[in-house]
Design a protein around this ligand. Structure first.
Ligand code: TRP
Length: 424
């Protein structure tokens, strides 16, 4: 549940619908699903195996397994990526919290589409207020991480994840009862294969990485906390299924509503923040649905920020050789994150840059490093083998998994790189 909570986040509810909307709906969905199966599954398993086999966080895992410090650059890459993602992710989480408080006080009541668009711009431009709302989730995340994994992250995820699914099912039910919602469903489920271009494929791969939290050691850290008996393959499949389910549910909520009210699905990043409040106003229970939706968005964001910050907290604990305990690490990491959040709120260029550089370069590089590390450097079978950490991958499944790690996944990542460098 905690790993699923890490995966399910703004990537599913905020980003997935708008990217799908811009890339032909159903066509994007199909390519995305193929990416999740081909690349998502082996990479999630790899991170879990590294963590479970070593019992260490992203800091010590590579050195422990390899016996030398040749792969330590990967640890530092993970840590740096975690910080940069946190810098902008907490700001978007801040937008969600800001919208939740506004939904609660009924600010959106009676606003037109145009006013809602300028409202979004005004919210983002009010820097002192934005700063306050971005620091709030940092404090909430730090409060959860203050406790150890069982009492903090795990207990919270076990409550929040089912609640999230329940709330989304409820919203989907409401939206599907709207007149004209079937056009939106057709847009999302009837594929037009002419829409599948290389760009769509690349976007889908990038989204798959971000949405499943792969490539910066978050799942290594969670893997280290796994009990010995836990089946890595089954857990990975569960995470993927839940993550994909939430993304599809988000699409089922958003597209029928967009089409039922004659709006444009290619609205871009503001889709959730501008279009949805307008849609809620026209539904039967505007206050309740907007509060419900933004509460859900905040919950999804928080279970993801917990995983991001846990990477850094575990890293600092381990890197200090136990000199810094969990509480001190949480304080140090929070201070660092707040400094980055100040930068991101203050300078929009930095916000965009952190988003781009992590998604286009750092996460693919991290994932590629992990693939090559496990695929080519570690022993696979036997007592010392990495596959020994999981009873689930045996025989043919293990062979397919290793082949994916050695060839398929690195080749796919090189494609993403070439695309983001504008070579393709
Ligand atoms: N997967 C989350 C989302 O979809 C974001 C996220 C959380 C993440 N932890 C991560 C992305 C670690 C990459 C790495 O919103």
């Amino acid at each position: 549940m905690a790993a699923a909570g890490s995966a399910v986040g703004l990537g599913n509810i905020w980003k997935f619908p708008y990217i799908a909307g811009e890339n032909g709906g159903a066509a994007f969905l199909i390519v995305y699903l193929i990416c999740v199966l081909l690349f998502g599954l082996p990479l999630i398993m790899t991170e879990f195996l590294i963590g479970k086999r070593s019992g260490k966080s992203a800091y010590g895992a590579f050195q422990t397994l390899n016996g030398n410090s040749r792969w330590n650059w990967l640890s530092w890459l993970c840590m740096l990526t975690a910080f940069l993602i946190m810098g902008f992710y907490f700001v978007v989480t801040g937008w969600c919290f800001s919208y939740l408080t506004e939904a609660l006080t009924g600010v959106f009541h009676g606003l037109s589409m145009d006013t809602l668009s300028s409202h979004f711009e005004a919210v983002v431009a009010n820097k002192p207020r934005m700063l306050l709302f971005s620091v709030l989730p940092v404090a909430l995340t730090a409060a959860v991480l203050w406790f150890d994994v069982n009492t903090g992250i795990e207990r919270l995820s076990k409550i929040l994840m089912p609640l999230l699914l329940l709330m989304m099912l409820l919203m989907a039910g409401c939206v599907l009862m709207l007149d004209g919602s079937n056009i939106g469903l057709q847009f999302f489920f009837r594929a037009d294969f002419t829409k599948i271009t290389p760009t769509v494929v690349m976007e889908a791969m990038g989204q798959c990485f971000f949405s499943l939290s792969i490539g910066m050691g978050a799942l290594i850290t969670y893997g280290a906390y796994m009990p010995k008996t836990q089946n890595v393959t089954a857990t990975s499949i569960q995470v993927i299924v839940l993550d994909t389910l939430v993304a599809i549910l988000a699409g089922i909520i958003i597209f029928p509503a967009v089409f039922a009210f004659g709006l444009n699905p290619e609205e871009g990043p503001q889709l959730v923040f501008v279009v949805l409040p307008a849609i809620f106003e026209q539904m039967s229970f505007p206050w309740l649905s907007s509060v419900l939706f933004f509460a859900l968005l905040c919950i999804a964001a928080l279970t993801s920020t917990i995983s991001l910050m846990e990477v850094a907290v575990a890293f600092v604990c381990e890197a200090s050789n136990g000199k810094l305990n969990r509480h001190k690490s949480v304080l140090i990491v929070s201070a660092g994150v707040i400094a980055l959040v100040v930068l991101c709120v203050g300078i929009p260029f930095i916000f965009n840059y952190f988003d781009k550089v992590t998604a286009d370069i750092m996460m693919p590089l991290g994932a590629m490093g992990m693939c090559l590390f496990v695929g080519w450097c570690l022993p696979k079978n036997g007592e010392k083998g990495v596959l020994h950490a999981d009873k689930g991958i045996k025989h043919i499944a293990g062979k397919i998994y290793i082949a994916a790690l050695r060839f398929l996944v690195p080749a796919a990542i090189i494609l993403i790189f070439l695309n983001s460098l504008r070579i393709l």
